[in-house]
Design a protein around this ligand. Structure first.
Ligand SMILES: NC(=O)CC[C@H](N)C(=O)O
Length: 381
């Protein structure tokens, strides 16, 4: 195992060993305090551009599930087709693994996908540094190649554009069909009508880097899902509900999506639901502002209170930006508030069927306590 050093932007250094693909890498260093879920987190497109630190010390001991796909093209166990995090940083990589569904080790998977993994890092100390200083950029450098220092930028980069789909994908149960994004809208509507002869309700999903379990959660509720690229102008396509997905990076780089959402809002009866980046883009479409948290929420145990009630839900989260509650327009109100730091965890419109969550009701991984939000959305359609 080659020696590596993680160098943070404030000069802090952490020494460890490489267990994944051997390549120096740079990115935003974030921490996740969940105890499980590395296959789902690594394949969550929202981690693009980030070096993922896990505070739970033992990682790798349940191996990696197979990369199989369902007939509709969705991965069976993963959240997308590949790893999106730039690297994984752990305290104690477990070379032995055991799980009924494991087919390879984490090290084998990382090497196959050319993603660095480093172990022997005091990830709790690293997390304390990030919490004191705030989130930082960092580099993983191989000690025997000190001149080979990677560069990267996170702020202002449109990561959504790198991970969104580039054609239209229509899912219905276990079937799927693909249409080119430049097909005339009239032709798309007639193709959609023949694909959906029984007339199930249709959700148009703006793909900012959608996690597969969001699509599974919608399909499980009997709706058809029309997945379109993040900046696709979907106005003119026939659908019954609008969904805005999670996604990586800075929401302020996604103005094309905000414009399209605003146009869709001209129909006050159209149900709209957003998750994570979707909460941020819906808020922006409603006129609110976004800011960057000192350090993000990434774990399985983020407590959120539903505004107007004493109900608290334990949620799965992965975000670094947040909606500024003070900038919500008069027609909007916070729907959930984070019990740890008081930040916004969702919004709703006071009259129209428009709402969103900053956390992940689809979990994958994490608690499923808030999956009912999908039921609420489908009921509105
Ligand atoms: N998971 C997400 O959709 C994250 C949204 C956004 N990229 C953030 O970090 O806040």
């Amino acid at each position: 195992m080659r020696n590596v050093t993680l160098i943070l932007d404030d000069g802090s250094r952490f020494h460890g060993k490489s267990f994944g693909y051997e390549k120096p890498v740079a990115g935003e260093v974030v921490f996740n305090t969940a105890m499980t879920g590395y296959p789902e987190s690594l394949t969550d497109p929202s981690y693009a551009g980030q070096l993922m630190t896990l505070t739970y010390p033992l990682v790798g001991n349940y191996g990696v599930p197979p990369f199989t796909f369902e007939a509709n093209g969705l991965p069976t166990f993963m959240e997308s087709e590949r790893i999106h995090a730039e690297a994984i940083i752990v305290s104690d990589y477990s070379e032995m693994y055991s799980h009924w569904n494991a087919v390879e080790s984490l090290a084998e998977w990382l090497k196959r996908e050319q993603i660095p993994g480093i172990t022997g890092i005091d990830t709790r100390e690293l997390t304390k540094v990030l919490r004191e200083h705030g989130v930082m950029m960092g580099k993983i450098v191989f000690d025997d190649e000190p001149e080979n220092v990677p560069e990267a930028q996170y702020a202002g980069v449109n990561y959504v554009d790198k991970v969104s789909c580039d054609e239209i994908v229509v899912y219905k149960g276990n079937e799927c069909c693909k249409l080119p994004a430049d097909m005339p809208k009239g032709e798309i509507n007639s193709r959609l009508a023949s694909f959906n002869a029984e007339g199930s309700k249709r959700v148009l999903l703006v793909d900012c880097g959608v996690k597969a379990n969001i699509i599974r959660c919608l399909l499980k509720r009997g709706v058809e899902v029309i997945r379109v690229p993040w900046d696709y102008d979907f106005n003119g396509i026939e659908f019954d509900g609008l969904f805005i997905s999670n996604g990586p990076g800075d929401p302020d780089t996604c103005d094309a999506a905000v414009q399209n959402i605003r146009k869709a809002m001209e129909n006050e009866k159209l149900p709209i639901f957003g998750i994570c980046m979707g909460n941020q883009l819906l808020s922006k479409a409603g006129g609110a502002k976004i800011y960057k948290l000192k350090y993000g929420h990434r774990s399985h145990n983020q407590p959120v209170r539903m505004v107007g009630t004493e109900r608290c839900f334990i949620t799965s989260q992965n975000h670094g930006y947040a909606v500024d509650n003070n900038t919500l327009g008069a027609d909007w109100e916070p729907l959930f508030i984070n019990m740890n730091d008081g930040s916004n965890e969702g919004i709703r419109h006071k009259r129209n069927p428009w709402f969103s969550a900053q956390f992940h009701p689809e979990a994958a991984s994490g608690p499923t306590d808030t999956e009912f939000l999908f039921d609420e959305f489908v009921k509105l359609i």
